[in-house]
Design a binder for this molecule. Structure first.
Ligand code: SAM
Length: 405
């Protein structure tokens, strides 16, 4: 750690690329090079490059309502991929796991005419999905010249906590009759309701999920492995830090048998760290990276202050990360704007920088106004004697603290 503390920001930014310095201890160099060799590639590829028979339909304004440009891009690409895979496996039914407001489910129903079951824990999401689907159906029916039946996705509300439940809910929803009641369980040893004899009332199906949080993606994998009706799995995981680690049940976080037998416990902070997308750092300019590090450090410091002096606030408002993220984005946008104004656009290698800074509705975030007290503090007694750099940092720290509350 000591040698890293002395390194300039530029060489820290090169760490994710596997760049090591000769003067670092060989154990550190080895660790970084091994970690780099294990990284999964993150290059963007078009669906056609690995699925030549796929068709990516452009999503129109009615179907795209409520989506920002990132979500629209994801839904367009993923629905084309799910459709191509479903066709190649002879499956006409797709189960969208963690379907949210039904964006993927609706694209698959209306653009690709697949039968879709949308499973989500939130009943509110189910009712939004149903309302949206009815509106979209009217639009498609109106523009269709021939008489065509449009099927809306079927919504199922279930908080899935195990692969058993996911298998049972999936098979039950796909079956012709829906008599059986599903009981939630956490017990991984309970056998999955496997259909021994081929049951012709249950169609071949594809499990799909876009940003299915934590263990939900793991449970999809388990159901894919054990359930013969599931012909394919298309899953984009999310919130890896939420993966469970409890070894008494079936942990979602992948740990080798050797690590388990040594009773190794990682804990939330280490799982969080393992899930940081450090790959992004190398695309940051030095200035952006420094600001990024500042905000992370401030958040950590603020968390410590809260836990020590205001434990009840820390317990009741666990939203520090979210607010800090908005502030960080807003600050990055400012840096980028000033770079652009100075004609330094070439320095900005941060990908999709405009989109990264957008609110979920696609608009740019508004300036957070620092609470009056915070700014006054900096220009009055607290900052007397500080040089500009320090007072600027203190001011920023105050803004982070207040915006986090
Ligand atoms: C990040 S959102 C993704 C929503 C949607 N797939 C999309 O991309 O717009 C994750 C969704 O999964 C649902 N979810 C999370 N954990 C779940 C669980 N254990 N069982 C069922 N749904 C869950 C949440 O309610 C939320 O709607």
């Amino acid at each position: 750690m000591e040698c890293l503390r002395r390194e300039p920001v530029e060489s820290l930014l090169m760490l994710p690329s596997g760049c090591v310095q000769d003067h670092w201890p060989s154990s550190l160099q080895e660790f970084i090079l091994t970690a780099r060799s294990l990284v999964l590639p993150r290059e963007q590829k078009s669906p056609q490059s690995f699925l030549p028979n796929s068709r990516v339909a452009s999503i129109g304004t009615v179907l795209a309502q409520g989506m920002n440009s990132k979500k629209k891009h994801e839904i367009e690409a993923l629905s084309g991929i799910v459709d191509a895979i479903a066709r190649s496996r002879g499956a006409k039914t797709v189960v969208d796991v963690g379907s949210g407001q039904g964006y993927l489910a609706q694209a698959l129903s209306f653009e690709y005419q697949l039968a879709v079951i949308a499973i989500d824990a939130s009943s509110h999401h189910a009712s939004v999905t149903n309302t949206r689907a009815e509106r979209i159906k009217k639009h498609y029916a109106a523009k269709c010249v021939e008489k065509q039946q449009f099927k809306v996705p079927r919504t199922v509300t279930c908080h899935v906590l195990s692969s058993d439940t996911l298998a049972a809910v999936t098979l039950d929803a796909c079956q012709d009759d829906h008599g059986e009641h599903i009981t939630e369980t956490n017990n991984c040893n309970q056998s999955i309701p496997q259909i021994e004899q081929p049951n012709h009332s249950i169609p071949q199906l594809v499990l799909a999920g876009l940003h299915a949080c934590g263990d939900l993606s793991v449970n999809m994998l388990r159901v894919f492995v054990s359930c013969e009706q599931v012909q394919a799995l298309v899953s984009v995981g999310c919130c890896y830090n939420l993966l469970s680690e409890d070894t008494d049940t079936c942990p979602g976080f992948p740990i080798s048998k050797a690590a388990k037998s040594s009773k190794l416990v990682l804990g939330k902070s280490i799982r969080d760290l393992a899930c940081q997308s450090a790959e992004r750092w190398r695309n940051l300019t030095k200035e952006m990276a420094l600001q990024n590090f500042d905000i992370h450090a401030f958040r950590a410091a603020f968390q410590m202050v809260l836990e020590k002096y205001f434990p009840e606030v820390s317990r009741l408002s666990p939203s520090i990360g979210r607010q800090g993220k908005a502030l960080r984005r807003q600050r990055l946008r400012k840096v980028m704007e000033s770079h652009l104004a100075m004609g330094k656009a070439d320095d900005l290698s941060y990908p999709n920088c405009k989109e990264q800074n957008m609110n979920t509705d696609g608009s740019l975030p508004t300036e957070p106004t620092a609470p009056k007290g915070a700014v006054e503090c900096c220009s009055n007694e607290l900052c007397t004697g500080f040089n500009f750099y320090t007072s600027h940092k203190l001011q920023l720290f105050w803004i982070v603290c207040f915006s986090s509350l």
